[in-house]
Design a binder for this molecule. Structure first.
Ligand SMILES: *[C@@H]1O[C@H](CO)[C@@H](O)[C@H](O)[C@H]1NC(C)=O
Ligand SMILES: *[C@@H]1O[C@H](CO)[C@@H](O)[C@H](O)[C@H]1NC(C)=O
Ligand SMILES: *[C@@H]1O[C@H](CO)[C@@H](O)[C@H](O)[C@H]1NC(C)=O
Ligand SMILES: *[C@@H]1O[C@H](CO)[C@@H](O)[C@H](O)[C@H]1NC(C)=O
Length: 516
């Protein structure tokens, strides 16, 4: 009898202990104060440091100039921050996702003084200049440029294949693009999270959309979603996973795109064939998620990478169940399966739920730890703090203070202020130079570029406000609360700074969701 019990115990434990791919085991094995908030923060900082050390430490001012010059050549990707003001090329704002990132950056400048810095933002969960994740999720491409050569330094919002991919992680531009709004949302969620444990439903909740990707290596997230729906159909007393009314709920045509490792089973096929109302439910407010004990997160629909959903789940004092996946976000180094969340797969999720249903103390501890992840990393001020930290580290790694510091007093005993100014002017001319007037890209700037830039600089300063009157002359039809994006053209001054070219404030025709 004892032996049977023991065997049962071993099986249950084995089933539950689905290893979570991104877990930083080497860090947590060494860390002595495992439960200390300081350890969680250290884990995140250490990975920030490690990911930055992939790029050579720059030392001299010349190296820093080269870095800036190279960075600003990627017009669709670079952001320049000077004196806590945000500048981009006009090519940048044509991309919706970029503008959401700008909105995020601008909202951080409202609460923090950011260092002078220039960086490239990578809009994708894999480097677009680096090998595309063609392999299965466990494939680990090195941080190397396709075709060889140096890898450009980039900030990335997620890494599809895990930490080793290129770039430094920063928060995504969806949950956090308006920090003040996120701040308010988290307050609402904190209130909702106060619901008593025993009043919550004993179910693993998930509700979202499902897309279909016609490439197998990109369809993992959608497949996992169908798996969750199928499990929910089989075990409705344990899982409540449904598509969202009015949102896509699609499946891959597996005659056209068969995927060996993503086979649809009978339940899934039955779901595909029935009217979708049978497996769809209406949208609910985020605070209603707190009515459940278990909140399931499933990888994203585009390439099985991050899901915006997850960033909300930590705050609800529920047990977070993370569908295992190699992708990472900026705070993942702090996460440990069995401590902050439980890693699950289609094969294990039901057993995990059943076990936690019978172990209130353990479930309550996991719920508490999840809330702590929110309080340490996802609160509005935490997000601002982390971004500030990243930009400081970037400025240091690439010696940017040697360029941006007006006085250069710490840099060079020789009176190099004038020459630095010249160089700065040259750079600014180079990045404000308008292609229409001057097509050659020799990077030299020059008199022509300077004179033309006064009227047609392509460098824009970006700001956001929900109140059009604070930035532009009154406009009658603009009273909604979502911030509007404002841009104005700026051109180099004789002092090596940037000034608006004229009255040229204009309301860009961009608001979230309305982008190009
Ligand atoms: C969030 O709200 C708190 C309380 O009102 C405020 O002190 C803090 O500065 C806000 N943070 C951000 C990032 O908006
Ligand atoms: C799936 O693809 C096959 C082959 O291209 C096609 O014949 C079939 O009509 C498609 N099925 C659906 C439901 O679109
Ligand atoms: C830079 O120069 C300005 C004006 O000359 C001065 O006020 C400021 O303190 C200087 N900063 C440093 C870091 O030397
Ligand atoms: C500084 O000036 C001295 C004397 O003019 C010169 O020999 C030296 O090379 C200069 N150093 C730098 C770093 O420019």
């Amino acid at each position: 009898m004892l032996l049977v019990l023991l065997l049962f115990y071993i099986i249950v434990v084995v089933v539950e202990a689905v290893a979570w791919q991104p877990e930083l085991r080497s860090f947590w094995e060494k860390e002595s104060s495992k439960d200390d908030a300081g350890a969680l923060v250290r884990a995140v900082r250490l990975e920030l440091k490690r990911s930055l050390q992939v790029y050579p430490q720059l030392k001299s001012r010349d190296e820093a100039w080269d870095f800036l010059s190279k960075t600003t050549q990627r017009r669709e990707d670079y952001v320049l921050i000077m004196k806590n003001r945000v500048f981009v090329d006009e090519a940048f704002i044509r991309i919706d996702k970029n503008n959401r990132h700008l909105q995020f950056v601008y909202s951080v400048t409202r609460v923090r003084e950011l260092p002078d810095v220039a960086y490239l933002i990578n809009r994708f969960a894999f480097g677009d200049r680096h090998p595309y994740p063609r392999g299965p999720p466990h494939f680990k491409p090195p941080c190397a440029r396709e075709g060889g050569g140096d890898v450009d330094f980039e900030l990335v919002i997620s890494k599809y294949h895990g930490y080793e991919q290129c770039g430094v992680l920063i928060p995504n531009m969806y949950n956090f693009n308006e920090l003040a709004k996120w701040n308010a949302t988290t307050r609402t969620l904190a209130k909702a999270a106060k619901i008593r444990w025993k009043e919550r439903q004993d179910l693993a909740f998930w509700r979202g959309q499902i897309l279909a990707q016609d490439k197998c290596h990109r369809d993992h997230g959608n497949y996992a979603r169908w798996q969750a729906l199928a499990l929910s159909r089989r075990y409705p007393e344990d899982l409540a996973c449904h598509c969202l009314d009015g949102k896509p709920c699609k499946f891959r045509n597996d005659t056209k795109t068969p995927c060996v490792d993503l086979p649809y089973d009978e339940t899934m096929r039955a779901l595909h064939e029935e009217p979708r109302e049978h497996h769809s439910e209406p949208m609910v407010g985020l605070e209603e998620f707190a009515n459940y004990k278990f909140l399931l997160n499933i990888p994203g629909t585009i390439s099985g990478s991050y899901s915006r959903h997850l960033n909300v789940l930590w705050s609800l004092a529920a047990v977070v169940l993370l569908w295992d996946s190699p992708h990472v976000e900026w705070y993942y180094p702090a996460l440990r399966s069995g401590v902050t969340h439980v890693s699950v797969s289609a094969a294990s999720v039901r057993d995990v739920i059943l076990r936690l249903k019978n172990d209130h103390a353990r479930a309550a501890t996991l719920a508490y730890q999840a809330k702590r992840v929110h309080d340490l990393f996802l609160c509005a001020d935490c997000v601002a703090h982390y971004f500030h930290l990243v930009l400081h580290a970037v400025a240091k790694r690439f010696a940017l203070a040697t360029v941006f510091d007006d006085n250069n007093s710490l840099v060079d005993d020789n009176n190099s202020l004038a020459s630095s100014r010249e160089k700065r002017k040259t750079l600014l001319r180079q990045i404000t130079k308008n292609d229409l007037l001057d097509d050659d890209d020799d990077g030299g700037g020059g008199v022509d570029a300077k004179t033309s830039s006064v009227s047609s600089s392509r460098l824009l300063e970006v700001r956001f406000s929900s109140d059009p009157e604070t930035i532009v002359p009154p406009s009658k039809s603009t009273t909604k609360s979502t911030p509007y994006m404002f841009v104005r053209r700026v051109a180099p001054t004789d002092e090596g700074g940037l000034a608006p070219t004229s009255e040229d404030f204009r309301l860009a025709d961009w608001r979230p969701g309305k982008g190009a």
